[in-house]
Design a protein around this ligand. Structure first.
Ligand code: COA
Length: 263
């Protein structure tokens, strides 16, 4: 099979002879945090993958052994105001909606921390597999924020409203076993076998009709459209102007505990 010529600073793309592509988010020194460059490169990658006749299924994972994606880049977040915050949230939502409605199957291989935007990226994928060190969480409230890339909409769909409220309001992290019990992870594999096992699952999908697969993705998604995305983006933007947001993001960057006042 011809190789797919796609190169970007923050991503690696590797396609095998069966048409299974592995897209690796490659910023391991920052635990693959999603800065503007990664999001823009991801958008380009989706365009390339959708157009490519060689690629039939996409697996998204993170570089290194510690993290899938540790969230949106908090250094970049810390500079947002109300308008740029709402725009950033909407742009992230659009990118992740594109993944959710992608015509080829997309599997997240969650190989470590999937926090904030990382959990939201994984939840936008059609299926999630994980390694034993996978950790999910939406810790945005600890930064004075809320999830802004669709997490407030997709987590309740996957785990139910009550558990989603608990996770979003507490910001607590859950480990792989609990994530599997909740339905966030379809399966957990040993680190050394995770790619092969995820490819085996991919093979079960790829023996079926590509047009039926695309239609199935579209039909399943049709039952899960919500009106909450716009509200999420507006509230995300509003919170970007609060003292608590400034305190929460500064505290993370200064490696100290945040002191919130409610202002
Ligand atoms: N944005 C920007 N930088 C991040 C990041 C993020 N979301 N997550 C991790 N990093 C950076 C750290 O600042 C650190 O950079 P440095 O070496 O220049 O100081 C590097 O990645 C390694 O992270 P570190 O915190 O030292 O690793 P750890 O093993 O002690 O902790 C986590 C791992 C995931 C628990 C911790 O990094 C964390 O809490 N990250 C933020 C999670 C979050 O709130 N995400 C939601 C954002 S909306």
């Amino acid at each position: 099979m011809s190789s797919t010529p796609f190169e970007r600073e923050t991503l690696l793309l590797d396609t095998d002879e069966n048409g299974i592509s592995i897209l690796t988010i490659n910023r391991p020194e920052k635990l693959n945090a999603l800065n503007g460059q990664v999001l823009s490169d991801l958008n380009d990658a989706l365009h390339h993958i959708e157009e490519s006749n060689d690629i039939r299924l996409l697996i998204i994972t993170g570089s290194g052994e510690k993290a899938f994606v540790a969230g949106a880049d908090i250094k970049e977040l810390s500079t947002l105001d109300r308008q740029s915050g709402e725009e950033t949230s909407s742009a992230g939502q659009n990118l992740f909606n594109r993944i959710e409605t992608f015509p080829k199957p997309v599997i997240a291989l969650v190989n470590g921390y999937a926090l904030g935007g990382g959990a939201e990226l994984a939840m936008a994928c059609h299926i999630r597999t994980g390694t034993a060190n996978a950790v999910f969480g939406l810790p945005e409230v600890s930064l004075g924020l809320i999830p802004g890339y669709g997490g407030t909409q997709r987590l309740p769909q996957l785990v139910g409203k009550g558990k989603a409220m608990e996770m979003i309001l507490s910001g607590a992290q859950i480990k792989a076993d609990e994530a599997k019990q909740l339905g966030l992870l379809n399966d957990i594999f040993d680190h050394s076998e995770a790619i092969e096992e995820t490819k085996k699952l991919s093979g079960k999908i790829l023996k079926n009709s590509p047009s039926a697969i695309s239609s199935a993705i579209s039909a399943v998604n049709a039952g899960y459209r919500t009106n909450g995305f716009a509200k999420e983006a507006v509230l995300f933007g509003q919170l970007c102007e609060t003292d608590d947001f400034k305190e929460g993001t500064s505290a993370f960057l200064e490696k100290r505990k945040a002191k919130f006042t409610g202002n």
